[in-house]
Structure formats: C-alpha cells, structure tokens
Design a protein around this ligand. Structure first.
Ligand SMILES: O=C(O)Cc1cc(O)ccc1O
Ligand SMILES: [Fe+2]
Length: 459
C-alpha cells in the first residue's frame, strides 16, 4: 500500500509527473514571461541555467532548468580539499582505494547505524563500476547517519545522480528547487549538481544509494503491457519552489567531485531559488504505488517486469542501472516452481531489503538493511530451504511479500567491491554458500538404460 495515502498529511507540496516540464513560483511573478534572460529579471533576481544534459542533446533527452535566484550559484570563494585522506569514493583513480573484482556470491548482514555522522559523512561506497571522471558506470553506497547537516551547509555531487532508497528513518531534504520528505518504501532521485541539505526529523537514518555516473533515469518502455502499469508517471513528485533569504551569514558549500570532498565558503544561503521552470529537478516516488504485473498462467517471468526506473547504456535494452522492486504480490502460476529460477546472469545484481522477507531467500540470512551481490555470471537462486518448500507447495493463489520490499540494482557492468564493503564494514557473511546452495540435494532418479538412448555412465 502507498505510504502517501490520502489519510497521511504530507509536510510538503509537490507537483506530479515524471519527466514533466514544470513551472513553480514561491513568489508570484518571479518567472519571466516569454524570455529566459530579460535585461532586468522580475524582483531583481538573477537567472541561471542548470544543464542536466549537453546543450545539444536530442530534444527528447534534453534536461535543464532555469532558476530565478537571489544570487547566482557561482558567488562563492574557491573550493579547498576537505578530508582528503579519508573521503574517497572513486577507487582506482587516486590509488588510495582499489576495487576487489571477485566472482563470489556475497551477502552482508545488516549495516550498522552510525549516529555520530551527518548525511555527507554517512556515505560508504560498497560496490561500483566505472569512473565519474569519464561519466561511466555507477556507485553503490550504504548510508547511515544520526545527525542533521549543519543548517549553514549544502552538498552536491558533481559525479552523478543519486537514487536514494531509505531503509530506516525519515529524510527531510531541502534542495535548491524545494523540499522533499522521503520515508522507507519511498525513493528519491537528486540529479547531479543540485545542492541540498538533509535533516533527520525522526532520528537516525539508514539506506542504500545508487549513484549513476552516466545518463539519467527514465521509465521503462511498457511494450505490450500498454500505456499504464508498473510505475505510472503521475505518481512521481517534484518539489515546488521554496527559498530562504539570507545574505548576511557564512555558508559552506560541499562538493563531491571525482569521489573527493571539497568545501567553499559563501556569505549567503545556497537555498535562494525563488522560482524555477524546466525538466531537471529532484523527485520522489512511493513504491506502494507500483502497479505490479505478473504471470497469471504458468512459469516465473523475468524480473524486468518489476522495473521502476532504468538508465540505459548505449545499447537499448541493456541497462547501466535498473532499479527493480519485489513488492507484495499475488502468485497464482499453475504447475510452476514459483520462486526465482536458478540462474547465471550477464548482468550484475546487487540486492537490498527495506523490510520483511524476500521470497527467494527464506532461510533467514537476507535481512532488512543487509545486502547481496551476485556479480556477472555468479550462479545463484533460491536457498535450499526455499527450494524445498516451493517444490512441495500446494499451488493455491498465495500472497508473497506481505509487508515486505526487496529491491535490486541491476547493471550490465561487472561491479567491484571496495575495501570497506569487503572488509572494513565487517558484515560479509562467510557462510552464504554453505547456508544457501551447498545443502541442495540431488533428486535425480535414473531411468532405465533403454530410456537413455545415447548412454551415460554412472560413476
Ligand atoms: O536473483 C534474484 O533474487 C533476483 C531475481 C528475481 C527474479 O524473480 C528473477 C531473476 C532474478 O535475478
Ligand atoms: Fe538473480
């Protein structure tokens, strides 16, 4: 069920639609009419373009917004490196950190809360591929924070778009373009460059982030499903313009740039956008609104039917990142082994669990706030206890995943694991294979020799 049903009063106002062209004014008349660069913009504001794609990107892909603000984003002192020895989320490039490329199936126990840090310092890169300096690939982060960001700080990532999946706690996000409240079972996307500040109104938070170093997320094509279904465009919500007015106090702008942290001072608030229009903006989506589609005859379909958002590579149908969910749903397939099949995938699969239990792993080792990684061609599938139950189940219609939400970041890229992800976090389970697949028993019943025309030898 949706988190944001009609009975829950929302703290902030939104405008609805995915990829829509929005206009929003916190002060009526702040957007110039019929021009982007009038000699004298309304109310003495500055206008500023924020480009999310190359100027010359095809019209259908082009993303940008025009911001009407009290002072331009460039009005700050030069950036200085901050925490250069500790803040590095771009392994390989600066040689302090390196990727571990390993074929093992990996599973992590729930990641710890950390109440001592704010949003910026809560970001732990666990896995990824590519390089933000080349605008290729993705980074997968775990976040765990217990402190509000300083009210005089704003953060942005020049490296990519953040797809944020909270698992615990509430994120109150003030962005340049307005405010968004994000709770578990909701997600939000903060595109590259947008400045924001995260408050934690209900205490500690924890969750997952996919940072997309190339392109942007879009809704998957629906093919024969038709014009509605899966995540519907109107359920995506963008903030309305909201601004602070402060040109007296000192603020710090924090930038994540090639995985490193930089800081610059400025003597005015970064949150001074009075109005904006465009199609480059942060947005949120309530996973409870996903219209889940599945087999109503037989067989287990590909999980692509559960794709919420996709970011395509240059090869259509092959994603740099798919965000896929496994919501509560009815399984009715007849004569079918209903959980996921055993498989090896040319794509890599990183999974997390927001709450409840995932129907492919009923053995107990895949827990909320934990994770798993099945890399390119790393074999996986239901654990032995799930196989046993599902092979003998009475195939009545059954609701799976009640109160549960698992998700997958699926990528065509082989993902490496960081030193933190493999060792420092101390959450990798050493009994994943032993618990999941090694206990599987052969059930092969050898037919009579006449039934095996080409022969085979029993050892
Ligand atoms: O491995 C997993 O649990 C994810 C998954 C689910 C599914 O229903 C089919 C394929 C797949 O990779
Ligand atoms: Fe899989």
């Amino acid at each position: 069920m949706p988190v944001t049903d009609f009975t829950v009063a929302e703290k902030y106002k939104y405008q609805n639609g995915f990829g829509s062209y929005f206009e929003t004014e916190a002060v009526e008349g702040a957007l110039p009419i019929g021009a982007n660069n009038p000699q004298k913009p309304p109310y003495g504001l500055y206008n500023e373009k924020l480009s999310g794609t190359a100027f010359t990107a095809p019209r259908a892909e082009n993303q940008q917004s025009w911001l009407q603000r009290i002072l331009p984003a460039s009005a700050h002192a030069p950036f200085e490196p901050r925490e250069a020895n500790t803040f590095d989320t771009n392994p390989g490039v600066h040689n302090r950190e390196k990727w571990h490329q390993i074929p093992n199936q990996l599973r992590w126990d729930p990641f710890d809360m950390d109440e001592t840090v704010d949003w910026v310092h809560s970001l732990h890169l666990v896995a990824g591929a590519g390089d933000p300096t080349m605008k290729t690939g993705l980074g997968i982060f775990i976040f765990a924070a217990g402190k509000d960001m300083d009210p005089r700080e704003a953060f942005y990532s020049a490296d990519g778009d953040f797809l944020i999946v909270p698992q615990h706690g509430v994120l109150d996000i003030q962005t340049e373009l307005g405010k968004i409240l994000v709770r578990p079972n909701e997600i939000c996307v903060i595109p590259r460059g947008i400045r924001y500040r995260v408050n934690l109104p209900e205490g500690p938070v924890r969750g997952y982030i996919l940072e997309l170093y190339q392109g942007h997320f879009e809704l998957p094509g629906l093919g024969p499903i038709g014009s509605n279904g899966l995540a519907n465009a109107r359920d995506f919500q963008a903030p309305v313009a909201y601004f602070d007015e402060d040109t007296e106090n000192e603020y710090t702008l924090l930038a994540k740039f090639s995985g490193h942290l930089f800081a610059a001072k400025q003597n005015h608030t970064p949150f001074d956008v009075v109005a904006w229009h465009g199609n480059y903006y942060p947005y949120k989506y309530d996973l409870g609104r996903f219209n889940t589609i599945g087999s109503i005859s037989y067989d287990h379909p590909d999980p692509s039917i559960f794709t919420v958002l996709t970011a395509q590579s240059d090869h259509e149908g092959t994603a740099i990142a798919d965000f896929v969910i496994f919501p509560p749903r009815w399984l009715v397939a007849e004569g079918t082994f209903r959980p996921p099949w055993y498989h090896r995938n040319t794509m890599s699969e990183f999974m997390g669990l927001i709450g409840g239990q995932y129907d492919a792993k009923t053995g107990g080792g895949f827990q909320p706030a934990g994770a798993s990684l099945h890399n390119v061609m790393s074999a996986h599938g239901p654990d032995a206890s799930t196989h046993d139950k599902a092979s003998n189940a009475d195939l009545k219609p059954a609701k799976v995943g009640e109160g549960s939400m698992a998700f997958m970041f699926e990528s065509c890229l082989m993902v490496g694991v960081t030193e933190w992800g493999l060792k420092k976090c101390a959450k990798v389970q050493d009994d994943y294979n032993a618990e999941s697949w090694e206990p599987l028993k052969p059930h092969f019943k050898r037919p009579s020799p006449a039934q095996i025309p080409h022969g085979s030898k029993k050892q």
